[in-house]
Design a protein around this ligand. Structure first.
Ligand SMILES: *Cc1c(COP(=O)(O)O)cnc(C)c1O
Length: 345
C-alpha cells in the first residue's frame, strides 16, 4: 500500500495493528447459540448507541439491507427510496432478487420531499397497483457525494410515511459520518425508523461487518432471515472485536476524514476544470463531474493511477474520491496536486 493514495473507497482501509491485536484477543463462542461474548457486547452497545431495543450483526451492509427488506416488505411490494440509492444501484438487483420488491427512486441529491414521497406512493384499493409498504432513506448518501440528510426533513418524511402505513428503513452504512459531521446523537438520527443499518467496514476501519438495530420483534425476524440467507456466523467475535475497536478509536477521528475531503474538494474546485458542488461535500465523499474538454472518467482514473492516486469512476464523466483512515492530510494534498494538474481547465 506504501505510496498508493487510495481514494476509491473507505472500504479499502487495512485493520491497524491495534485492531488486529483486539481481534486476536477477542473472547469468542458460537454466535448461533447466542454464546459469542464479543458479538453480544457489540450488539448491546450498538442497540444502546442507536436507541433501539435490539441489534443483530451481519456480514455485509448489502445483506443488512436485503434482510431489512425481507423483514419489512412482502414480494410484489414497492419501496420508495432516494434517487441513486445504494439499494437501487449497488446491490446487484438484490431488492428484486432477494426480497421480490421494486424500488422507486425519487428526489435528487440524496434527498426527497414529503410531496415527492406522497406522489410516489401508489393508491391503495385498486388491485392493479403494487402496494407501497416501505420508505428507505440513505444517510449519508453515497452517490450524492456523502451528503448528510437534514434531520427535520427525515422526521417529516418518516411521519408522512407512517401516516400512509409505510414502514421506515434507514440505510446508515455511513451514519457514523452523519453523526460526526452534523453533531446529532446517533439515537436521534435513528429514532424515526423501524430498522437501522450501520456498517463497520467503512470509516470505522473494520475488515467487515454491519448491523441492524430495531425492536426485539423485528430483530428476531431479521435473525431468521439472516440465517436463511446464509449470513449467520459462528466464532464471530473476531469480527465484532474489530468493530468494537473501531467504535472506541476511529469514530471521533472521522472529523479528520471530513476535513481532508473538504480540503481536497476545495483545491479541486479552485484549481481544476471539474464541476464540483462544494455544498455536497459534507462528510468524507467527493463526487465530481468532468465537463466536455476534459478527458473522460476512465482516462482520468488510468492517468491518476499512474501517478499513484486511485479513484473510482461512477459514470462516464463522474468520479468519486473518498477519504479514510489510511489517507493522511499530506496524501490528500498530494492527490490534489496530481488531480489539479491532470484536470487543469
Ligand atoms: C457500502 C454501503 C452499503 C453496504 O455495503 P457492503 O459493501 O455490502 O458492506 C450499504 N449502503 C450504503 C449507502 C453503502 O455505502
Amino acid at each position: 500500500m506504501t505510496d498508493r493514495i487510495d481514494l476509491r473507497s473507505d472500504t479499502v482501509t487495512q485493520p491497524t495493528a491495534a485492531m488486529r491485536a483486539a481481534m486476536a484477543a477477542a473472547p469468542v463462542g458460537d454466535d448461533q447459540y447466542g454464546e459469542d461474548p464479543s458479538t453480544n457486547r457489540l450488539q448491546a452497545r450498538c442497540a444502546e448507541l442507536l436507541g433501539q431495543e435490539a441489534a443483530l450483526w451481519l456480514p455485509s451492509g448489502t445483506m443488512a439491507n436485503q434482510v431489512a427488506l425481507r423483514v419489512l416488505t412482502r414480494p410484489g411490494d414497492e419501496v420508495v427510496a432516494s434517487r441513486e440509492s445504494h439499494a437501487a444501484w449497488h446491490e446487484a438487483g438484490g431488492a428484486a432478487a432477494n426480497a421480490g420488491v421494486q424500488v422507486v427512486e425519487v428526489g435528487r441529491g440524496g434527498v426527497f420531499s414529503v410531496d415527492e414521497l406522497l406522489a410516489a406512493i401508489k393508491p391503495a384499493g385498486l388491485p392493479v397497483f403494487p402496494q407501497t409498504t416501505l420508505m428507505e432513506i440513505e444517510n449519508t448518501h453515497n452517490r450524492a457525494g456523502g451528503v448528510v440528510l437534514p434531520q427535520p426533513l427525515v422526521r417529516q418524511l418518516c411521519a408522512a410515511a407512517r401516516e400512509r402505513g409505510l414502514a421506515c428503513f434507514l440505510d446508515g452504512a455511513r451514519l457514523w459520518n452523519a453523526h460526526v459531521a452534523g453533531g446529532l446523537p446517533l439515537h436521534e438520527l435513528a429514532a424515526p425508523f423501524d430498522l437501522v443499518a450501520v456498517a463497520f467496514s467503512k470509516g470505522l476501519g473494520a475488515p467487515g461487518g454491519s448491523l441492524l438495530a430495531g425492536s426485539k420483534d423485528l430483530i428476531t425476524a431479521a435473525d431468521r432471515q439472516r440465517r436463511r440467507m446464509g449470513g449467520a456466523m459462528r466464532q464471530n467475535g473476531i469480527f465484532a472485536a474489530a468493530a468494537l475497536h473501531g467504535l472506541d478509536h476511529h469514530l471521533a477521528r472521522l472529523a479528520e476524514d471530513h476535513a481532508n475531503a473538504r480540503r481536497l474538494a476545495e483545491r479541486l474546485a479552485a484549481g481544476s476544470g471539474v464541476q464540483l458542488d462544494l455544498a455536497t461535500v459534507q462528510s468524507n465523499i467527493i463526487v465530481f463531474h468532468l465537463p466536455p474538454g476534459l478527458p473522460d472518467a476512465a482516462q482520468v482514473v488510468a492517468r491518476a493511477r499512474e501517478r499513484g492516486v486511485w479513484l473510482n469512476a461512477f459514470a462516464a464523466r463522474t468520479l468519486r474520491a473518498v477519504t479514510h483512515l489510511d489517507v493522511s492530510r499530506a496524501q490528500c494534498e498530494q492527490a490534489a496536486a496530481v488531480l489539479t494538474e491532470l484536470l487543469a481547465a
